[in-house]
Ligand binder design. Structure first.
Ligand code: FAD
Ligand code: HEM
Length: 399
């Protein structure tokens, strides 16, 4: 627990942190990768180039500075970060490395304003925060190790099947190479894959959600081929170069985006490849709970529409499947009953008789998530019934 003096100094420097937070975290990452190039194996360097990750870290540090005297308020944030860290096998030995480079970055950006007193206070505060994370992460590691098929760090899995789900999404079915049991997980969780790509100096690490429900048979991930300039490195490599009988290194599934205990009807809303954690929840609900569920899939058109048959196969009289095509093909049957054209709107939700006392879970691109949140707000859905996950650095969406 930080001393009163440290608490006061850290709180009083919070506004400075807010102002210079992004600059500090950018310098921090530059120093970290220069002094410890092996860290490039675990960080998503695309998020670094786009600047998303420094913003998220800066915000986390700022929030910590503001709440240093009431850390309990950081609970959910700590849990979400700890889940991300454990998916990446972050170890306690890495904390002093990060701390040292963070303090150097604070000194470099704040210059003379970073007096020895301020630096010492931040060193103490960082150590306290590190202890909170290390303790929680060790607990998660050891709990996961106890699970059926559980393990620490990463293990080799073999691709037992590779199935094309749409023009852009392909599923990989995975089993432990050493034939030990397939690990269990909670639907909505994700793994990390670390991969060497020939011709590239560093490994690449990426998260992929479990797209099937837990089963003894396999784990399944479903990957969208990311196009752009440049094309997505790992997703395209997986599509093109990873085939049946090839191996991939995976960590135990982690993540806080899981169904909360409730009997309320479920509304699952996916945008594009954001369907993966939701189809896992949907299939698991069919097998183990059967809450009434409405599954709304928003996609461009039928060419890129994955899992249509699978969702239909697991439908019951309690299930409704709705499709919204933003750019339908002529053959796509828009009937304004269960298949609509355009983007998700409150009008569509009213038409399909969504109850606003339902629990809502959604995942997709950032514009899709912002639109969905605005609609739920318009429908006066209670904030604590709204759950979502970003396929990138976690961000807040205004409610
Ligand atoms: C919790 C979680 C779960 C996820 N689950 C899934 C899942 O189930 N299925 C799935 O397909 N994905 C999932 N993802 C996303 C996945 O982790 C990868 O981010 C995705 O596959 C893209 O990785 P990549 O290496 O192919 O692309 P990257 O090489 O990282 O590129 C990503 C995008 O950025 C663009 N880009 C690259 N370099 C730059 C640059 N310098 N400036 C600007 N733009 C650039 C690329 O064109 C591309 O569009 C998940 C992510 C998270 C965090
Ligand atoms: C107290 C110290 C730390 C804080 C406050 C912190 C905070 C964060 C936050 C806010 C995120 C983003 C989470 C998300 O997007 O869901 C994150 C992700 C991450 N953290 Fe930490 N972290 C700390 C320590 C560490 C350490 C010691 C490491 C080890 C190298 C580390 C490695 C990572 C990595 C690799 C990611 C994922 C980033 C990516 O996808 O590029 N963190 N951390």
């Amino acid at each position: 627990m930080a001393s009163t003096n440290t608490t006061e100094i850290v709180k009083s420097t919070a506004p400075v942190l807010k102002e210079h937070g992004e600059a500090i975290t950018k310098v921090f990452y530059k120093l970290l990768f220069k002094n410890h190039p092996e860290m490039m194996d675990i960080f998503n360097m695309t998020n670094q180039k786009k600047g998303d990750q420094p913003k998220v870290l800066a915000n986390a540090i700022f929030q910590y500075a503001c709440h240093i005297d009431k850390l309990a308020l950081l609970g959910d944030a700590v849990e979400s970060i700890a889940q991300k860290h454990t998916s990446l096998s972050i170890s306690k030995e890495m904390y002093p490395i990060v701390g040292e480079n963070l303090l150097k970055a604070i000194k470099e950006v704040l210059k003379d304003a970073a007096t020895p007193e301020i630096i010492n206070a931040w060193a103490e505060a960082y150590n306290d925060l590190a202890v909170i994370f290390i303790t929680r992460e060790e607990k998660i590691y050891s709990e996961r190790e106890q699970l059926n098929g559980g393990f620490r760090n990463s293990k080799e899995f073999v691709v037992v099947d590779k199935i094309k789900e749409s023009d852009v999404i392909t599923s990989f079915y995975l089993k432990r190479k050493d034939k030990t049991p397939t690990p269990t997980f909670i639907p909505g969780q994700y793994t990390s894959i670390s991969i060497n790509i020939p011709g590239h100096e560093h490994k690449y690490t990426r998260n992929y959600s479990m797209s099937d429900c837990p089963s003894k048979k396999h784990l399944r991930i479903s990957v969208k081929k990311e196009k752009g300039n440049p094309d997505g490195i790992v997703s395209n490599y997986l599509h093109t170069n990873i085939n049946k009988n090839d191996s991939l290194n995976l960590t135990m599934p982690s993540g806080p985006f899981t169904l909360k205990e409730s009997k309320k009807p479920l509304v699952l809303i996916s945008g594009g490849v954001g369907v993966t954690p939701l189809i896992s929840m949907y299939k698991n609900n069919f097998l183990n709970g059967n809450r009434p569920v409405i599954f709304i899939q928003c996609v461009l058109n039928s060419k890129v529409h994955a899992f249509k048959n699978e969702i239909d196969k697991y439908a019951t009289k309690n299930t409704k499947s709705i499709i919204i095509y933003s750019d339908p093909l002529t053959l796509d049957n828009i009937n304004n009953h269960n298949t609509f054209k355009g983007y998700l709107t409150s009008k569509i939700l009213n038409k399909i008789d969504i109850k606003n006392e339902s629990d809502f879970y959604f995942c997709g691109s950032k514009p899709f998530m912002i639109n969905t949140m605005n609609i739920l707000k318009e429908l006066k859905v209670n904030k604590n019934q709204i759950n979502f996950e970003f396929f990138g650095p976690s961000e807040k969406i205004a409610y």
